[in-house]
Ligand binder design. Structure first.
Ligand SMILES: [Zn+2]
Length: 493
């Protein structure tokens, strides 16, 4: 008997706007697709949050015994600036600016993406397909859409006919938009487009002479539209209909809406049973944005080398912080929030590290099965990890009570208790057992704090030669001391 047989998951389906009982198409198997990154720059922390939420979902489904095929793509062509149908390919533009091959850009940022995710202890997806590796599939898909009458060719480019599609199918069902409203709200730019209607979107774009990334097709030498790759790759690896499609909230429209339309137009089927959307990540209460400077890269967050945070945070602290809010809530990244999560994380780890030394008694005083069920109930309720963490803190309290003898567990219950904690902490939440003292950055800050204290004593004794020597020699090894009204802090360069 697998755990999924006794655990009914309810998940919030963006398509219906309701929590629904999760029933996979084939019992015991789950097909899950998540839109991956466009690899033209360092991965955005907001995207990392989305992928981290789906990593926990992937882990929980696996924990329940499902055989999960998790597909997360790499967009390495076709994603034009401003997510629109005109403009330069994001990867080509970056390559031109840096005077390197487009595939060099792709390689560099794919490696960066994998490094960050490995550091943060992600499980790799089952398949990580690339857009450029599936040009043939995308061309075949366009042919089907044209032959079913839902796309047209103009000057070597092919566009999806949204107006025609809307007559037989409904366009906008995921994002709850009506075509009439979209028409009303779209400005028409005269002569700038070959499209019949501004709402139509590109399936194939003819490449301008200077465009480097191009492939031959029946229509022109060109490249596929961005929305197409996900339809081609999800149906290739998961079938024309599959269980879960995930992504960031910002992809709901137009990207996911277009995926549904393409699938219905090509195959006559709605592709996805459950659409899941992770909410946005904010920084200090505001939208993250490169233009306003309110942004921090994942590696800057991990190294502490940034202007927003007082220190470096361990990867598991960042995972813990993310899991302390639901994937459907806006998450506000703040120094106070991370400090609180760090404290909580190490408190939990200190308790987990006591587990193996706990001694069983002949009888139990805690109903450990009821506690275990509450952990599952939390995750079964739309992957409610903050509630799960509340139950893990309850477990930390039990551990300390068992240790001091005020509560007891028999051998069997103690094993259930230990196994359940380990499963949720390590397998499902993906945390790593780093105790505070093992972390190099904490040792460093302990040592520097000691030097700061010695320097204060030197100054109190008017020994300014010694106090300057401490400051200057720390600066020489790249540690800057900053004297402020609340005392001295340091940063590592
Ligand atoms: Zn996608």
């Amino acid at each position: 008997m697998q755990l999924y047989q006794s655990n009914q998951i309810k998940l919030y389906n963006s398509l219906t706007g309701k929590k629904e009982v999760f029933k996979p198409i084939e019992e015991g198997y789950v097909g899950m697709y998540v839109c991956g990154p466009t690899v033209y720059s360092n991965v955005h922390l907001g995207n990392v949050r989305t992928f981290m939420s789906f990593d926990v979902i992937f882990r929980y489904l696996k924990h329940l015994g499902y055989k999960v095929r998790y597909v997360r793509n790499i967009t390495d062509a076709g994603h034009l600036e401003n997510d629109a149908d005109v403009g330069e390919d994001k990867i080509t533009k970056k390559a031109r600016l840096e005077q390197i091959e487009p595939m060099e850009v792709v390689q560099r940022y794919t490696v960066d993406f994998h490094n960050i995710l490995n550091t943060l202890n992600f499980l790799p997806p089952s398949i990580e397909p690339t857009a450029t590796g599936h040009i043939i599939e995308q061309i075949e898909l366009i042919k089907s859409i044209i032959s079913n009458g839902f796309a047209y060719e103009v000057n070597g480019s092919v566009y999806f006919d949204v107006h025609k599609f809307n007559k037989t199918n409904k366009y906008g069902k995921l994002s709850k938009r009506k075509l009439e409203d979209l028409i009303h709200n779209t400005r028409t730019l005269d002569g700038q487009s070959d499209k019949k209607n501004p709402q139509d979107f590109a399936l194939w774009k003819k490449a301008e002479p200077q465009h480097i990334m191009r492939w031959p097709s029946p229509w022109s030498d060109g490249f596929p539209g961005w929305h197409l790759e996900c339809t081609a790759m999800s149906t290739k690896y998961l079938g024309e209909q599959f269980d879960i499609h995930g992504g960031g909230m910002d992809l709901k429209f137009p990207h996911h809406e277009c995926e549904i339309a393409q699938n219905e137009a090509a195959k006559g089927k709605s592709p996805v049973n459950y659409w899941l959307h992770a909410n946005m990540l904010e920084l200090n209460g505001q939208r993250m944005s490169k233009t306003t400077g309110n942004t921090v890269n994942p590696d800057e967050l991990l190294s502490g080398n940034n202007k927003f945070f007082s220190k470096a945070y361990a990867p598991s602290v960042i995972r813990f912080f993310n899991a302390q809010s639901s994937y459907r809530s806006v998450l506000d990244l703040t120094d106070d929030g991370l400090l609180a999560s760090e404290k909580g994380f190490y408190r939990l780890m200190d308790a987990v590290n006591l587990l193996e030394n706990l001694k069983p008694s002949d009888k139990s005083t805690i109903d450990i099965h009821a506690w275990k069920q509450k952990c599952y109930d939390a995750m079964n309720d739309d992957f409610n990890s903050p509630i799960l963490i509340a139950h893990l803190f309850e477990a930390a309290k039990y551990i300390n009570q068992i240790k001091d003898g005020s509560e007891r567990l028999n051998t069997e219950d103690l094993k259930t208790f230990t196994d359940t904690i380990n499963a949720f902490v390590f397998d499902v939440l993906g945390l790593e057992n780093t105790s505070k003292n093992e972390s190099g950055t904490d040792k460093l800050s302990g040592a520097v704090d000691l030097l700061i204290k010695l320097r204060q004593e030197a100054r109190a004794n008017k020994d300014f030669a010694l106090s300057d020597k401490i400051r200057d020699e720390l600066a020489e090894v790249g540690i800057q001391l900053k004297d402020g009204k609340d005392g001295t802090t340091f940063s590592v360069n």
